[in-house]
Design a protein around this ligand. Structure first.
Ligand code: SAM
Length: 220
């Protein structure tokens, strides 16, 4: 158990309501159930995994957008990349960046096992990759390195196509962003959330209370 439940509350959403939503929505694909089960059994930091509500959100958005070029920062065991791959165009491609070699190889094995040839994992620091990158994307999912979200956004916005969409996870940070920050990550996420206000001429943005907070950005 965490020492300070205030810093690590289990959830800011209502699990009963979430369960009801899930029991009235499409079934999570089998490969995602298997990755979830593997991750929970074998990876100590399994809490980093997206949950079913997020999976629904990512899969639905992918089907709505039918993206051709997707960039993900923070592959972990490959769960969210497979969610985002559901609505990809036939010639679409996902590039997913992961810093830790152990996760790179676990995700690669899953992509091979489930025949997701359209997902490529790159072993790199996300920010270093983004700073040197020039390609444009329809959809970008930022789910790593929370302290540097603002820096990522500065470098990622130019990589987003006009009318492209960016998803940023954990922007409510267990609800702690609503209080005076007691530790650096909360402060950094608060700064990021405030920073978005300065970009109103470039983006539409919405912070939604989905799991740990998801910000959705549409480039004008
Ligand atoms: C919250 S997990 C991602 C979860 C995944 N998107 C999912 O939903 O299943 C964050 C991942 O980002 C990776 N990571 C952390 N810092 C990073 C960095 N600077 N560059 C790239 N990846 C990083 C971590 O190793 C971890 O696998």
């Amino acid at each position: 158990m965490p020492k300070n439940p205030k810093i690590f509350p289990i959830t800011i959403t209502n699990p009963v309501v979430e369960d009801y939503c899930l029991s009235h929505s499409f079934k999570i694909p089998k490969e995602l159930m298997e990755i979830e089960s593997y991750t929970k059994k074998n990876i100590l930091a399994h809490r980093m995994l997206s949950n079913h509500i997020q999976a629904h959100f990512l899969i639905t958005l992918s089907y709505l957008m039918r993206p051709k070029k997707v960039l993900e920062i923070g592959t972990f065991t490959g769960y969210s990349a497979i969610c985002l791959a559901q609505g990809l165009t036939n010639d679409g491609k996902i590039i997913s960046i992961e810093k830790h070699p152990e996760f790179v190889s676990i995700a690669q094995n899953f992509f091979e096992k489930y025949n997701y040839k359209n997902i490529q994992v790159i072993h790199s620091d996300g920010l270093e990759f983004v700073k040197q990158h020039k390609d444009l994307y329809d959809l970008i999912y930022l789910d790593a390195d929370k302290e540097r979200y603002k820096e990522y956004l500065i470098h990622l916005l130019p990589l987003l196509e006009e009318k492209g969409v960016m998803i940023i996870d954990n922007t409510l940070w267990k609800g702690l962003v609503t209080e005076a920050a007691k530790e650096p990550v909360t402060r950094k996420i608060q700064e990021f959330n405030e920073f978005l206000k300065t970009l109103e001429n470039q983006i539409f943005y919405s912070l939604m209370p989905i799991r740990d907070g998801i910000t959705l950005i549409l480039k004008k």
